[in-house]
Design a protein around this ligand. Structure first.
Ligand SMILES: [Zn+2]
Length: 236
């Protein structure tokens, strides 16, 4: 199992690691990595793995059976190689801003409209998407909720990430909801806490305070039929 450095330090841009396996020449597993693998509706990091003067571009990162696999642009890395990893920070930072923005929107849609979020997708650095259940497709109401989200962002609330024992979560009436839907085998929950606004169990990367998000704008609203609404948004 590769150690996921981004779970502990979401601001780490560079790291040193050792190659522990290479599949088909281009799929590289390291003993530890700061690269976020595509998961939870959030796109993977990109960047480079460097061995001496050889630079391997990381074009995709995925999670396979507990391992984080880096797809590089050419063959050559060998088991035992010591490498330096370096993230494309512009990309990662944008993905973090979008991810935290999606949490603010989810929180606002739930609090203001009772809308349940059914999915989110941050596949690129150009836009984000959330899907939610809402009985009436009321554009003005949705616009109003996005305005409320921006008011929350302007409050510049801190975003904290911490781990809690599952038993602690399940015994606390304020927290118990966070454990719902999380597989039984998971004993420690990683919580992303927008202080005083919204808490979610989450394995992803976020900004440290809400003002880093910028301004959220609606790009497109789609009526997906019975109760299903889709919001594409941008940040600037
Ligand atoms: Zn999330």
């Amino acid at each position: 199992m590769s150690k996921a450095l981004y779970l502990e330090d979401m601001l780490q841009k560079e790291f040193e690691a050792e190659v522990v396996s290479v599949k088909d020449g281009k799929y590289v597993v390291l003993d530890q990595t700061a690269f976020y693998p595509k998961s939870g509706g959030i796109a993977n990091d990109e960047g480079t793995l460097t061995r001496g003067s050889d630079v391997f571009k990381v074009v995709y990162v995925g999670k396979f059976g507990g391992d984080i696999s880096h797809e590089v642009d050419h063959e050559g890395l060998q088991v035992g190689d010591k490498i330096k990893g370096s993230l494309d920070w512009d990309r990662r930072y944008k993905l973090m801003r979008y991810h935290t923005a999606a949490h603010v929107l989810s929180g606002a849609f739930y609090k203001s409209l009772g809308a349940k979020i059914t999915g989110n997708d941050i596949a690129t650095t150009d836009q984000g998407r959330i899907d939610f259940n809402l009985e009436h497709f009321d554009r003005a109401l949705i616009e109003d909720t996005v305005d409320k989200s921006n008011e929350i962002v302007q409050k510049d609330l801190p975003v904290e990430v911490y781990n809690l024992d599952r038993t602690t979560v399940e015994q606390d009436p304020d927290l118990v909801k966070l454990a719902m839907g999380i597989p039984k085998g998971i004993q420690r929950l990683r919580i992303v806490d927008i202080k005083g606004f919204d808490r979610q169990p989450d394995g992803g990367c976020h900004v440290q305070s809400l003002s880093e998000i910028g301004k959220i704008s609606i790009k497109k609203l789609v009526n997906k039929g019975k109760n299903n609404r889709r919001l594409y948004f941008t940040i600037e």
